[in-house]
Write a protein that binds this ligand. Sequence first.
Ligand code: GN1
Ligand code: MG
Length: 369
Amino acid sequence: MAYDILPLLPHFRFEGDFDSYSEIGAGNINATYHLVYRLPDGHKREYLLQRINTYVFKDPEGVMRNIDLVTRHVERAYQAKGVDPTRRVLRVIPTLEGGLFHRTETDDYWRAYNFITGATAFDHIESPAAFREAARGFGEFQRLLTDFPAAELSETIPGFHHTARRFETFEASVQADRAGRVKDLAEEIAFLRARKDMMCEIVSALEAGRLPMRVTHNDTKINNVMIDDETGRAICVIDLDTVMPGSALYDFGDAIRSGAATVIEDDPHFDKVGVDLTLFEAFTEGFLSEIRDILTPEEIDMLALSAKVITCEQAMRFLTDYIDGDLYYKIRTPDHNLVRARNQMALVADMERRFDQMRAIVSKHAGQV
Ligand code: GN1
Ligand code: MG
């Protein structure tokens, strides 16, 4: 869907005169635009303008309050270390009234950030060294949040990684069969049902107190970390809508799901889908280099499992949305969600085959050999 963004611009405290804009197609949830402004001296100021998807985020005020708190925390942490935070963290550009978002008459919520210049968000990273660096970026973000007061954050999507509750939602969708698609999905539904217990292991451990709750990103898709074009360093973690109390395992698992796969999540060549163990090792090394000392032995023990859990959960989320008639994720073809679900199931199956190797790699880098 295309939005008429020009009337929105005067509501934000952008510096300079508006020059141009373009849409950024990445991201499955929000509509995103890159804005260029010009200062009188000719210099550019770049911003990101985003429409918050309120089908997905029912409490946009809560989302923006969380993001403001978290980004200020990260900014202060960099400043305390003597690091210039300008390109290291998103900052909310306030509205003229000083608010964190602009709400239109039609109840659309729009927000703006500084644009991280000279850096790229990759959908796929092939080089292990670059992937290790992306992992270090996510690990650093996790580390900077260890002293963030979790009680101050709202749960932006309740039960976001509560796989047991997601399983119930999935079964309810199968029952309702709103789009009449269930008749062709016996194999996929059976695949997920057979893995219900495995999928619920993290939630069970959290609820039993065997794993700590932390403040986590919860959506560590590999294109949610910006890589500096010149230095190749991971400089800024983005897409902060789901930063909330969670498990570090969610962040590890989702990054492996999206980044250590041989192909991207919507590639229809299911026979090519697998987990690349070189990339898996690179991520494990980079992530643990930042937070090895923070994680508990129980967390480390479940890292490899988390990749399977989050990938299977993602397969279930895509299949649920397909069954519901594609209400949640942006789709570009009629069977996009089904392709994504099948791709993720193929990835789970490959992780099952290589699970012992994944566990051995984690042990090696956790210093447990
Ligand atoms: C969504 O917005 P994006 O594309 O970074 C989704 C993630 C999924 C991902 C799958 C709030 O992330 O949880 O893993 O799509 N975000 C939300 O591509 O549901
Ligand atoms: Mg994103």
